[in-house]
Write a protein that binds this ligand. Structure first.
Ligand code: C5J
Length: 245
């Protein structure tokens, strides 16, 4: 069974049991006022705009039995998984590992590293901890998806042009079909948001498809999807993938 979702550049065929909702890096460090994102000079309200539609889409996915997978960008407390090329960029007094308003910036276990309350993972939902921008780099995501039979990703989160784009590109190269949800991905920069979405769907969908949360949620509500993949991707407590090495 499949559902046709209105999308650009062409309708997206969402296949029962093959799709997961991927929520990329909805972390306090990126979204909250006074956090890491804002300390870099960014207007975090732009990211806040996606929270309400994302809450609705996450609820619709859960109700339809579509597994929800969360990612978090961050590093070990000793920074051994953070290359100097990444560490030495940004504002000198607010770098990864420095103490910020919400704890050590982008360090696993810190308050700021965790996901905002509004879209917090439910027990049993996967949380992928990633040291890079892409969700596939040095994580178990690919193997986990393959083992569960997932071939389609409904992609949401922040930021559109960085971690969302990197993840979509990684997924596309690995053969996953990506539907990016336009009002559930956010950028600090309006121009990057616009162009980032254009780049996904250009050239006949060179990286994937673009739709919006109202269209997608309405489509998935029309069917009761199989819970097979939910079961395959669920466990009693959240599983946290800390990277492959
Ligand atoms: C960034 C992200 N922008 N999640 N991370 O550094 O997009």
């Amino acid at each position: 069974m499949s559902i046709t979702v209105a999308a650009e550049p062409s309708p997206f065929r969402l296949v029962d049991g093959k799709a997961a909702l991927l929520v990329v890096d909805m972390q306090r460090d990126f979204l909250l006022p006074g956090g890491f994102g804002e300390s870099l000079g960014n207007d975090v309200t732009r990211l806040g705009d996606i929270v309400a539609p994302l809450v609705g889409l996450v609820a619709a996915a859960r109700a339809a039995g579509i597994p929800v997978i969360h990612t978090r960008e961050g590093h070990r407390p000793d920074l051994s998984d953070c290359p100097p090329a990444k560490l030495n960029r940004g504002v000198p007094e607010k770098r990864i590992g420095d103490v910020g308003r919400y704890g050590r910036i982008l360090i696993r276990g810190e308050y700021g590293h965790d996901i905002i309350d509004e879209v917090a993972p439910l027990p049993g939902e996967l949380v992928i901890d990633k040291p890079g921008k892409g969700a596939f780099y040095r994580t178990n995501l690919e193997g986990t998806l393959l083992a569960a039979g997932i071939t389609q990703l409904l992609v949401t989160g922040v930021t559109t042009e960085v971690c969302v784009h990197t993840t979509v590109r990684e997924a596309n190269d690995r053969g996953f079909e990506c539907l990016v949800v336009s009002d559930c991905v956010g950028s600090y920069f309006p121009e990057f948001q616009r162009v980032g979405l254009e780049m996904i769907k250009a050239q006949g969908g060179i990286l994937g498809w673009v739709s919006d949360s109202v269209t997608l949620a309405a489509a998935i509500k029309t069917k009761t999807l199989s819970t097979a993949t939910t079961s395959a991707l669920s466990c009693a407590r959240p599983r946290r993938f800390q990277g492959a090495e």
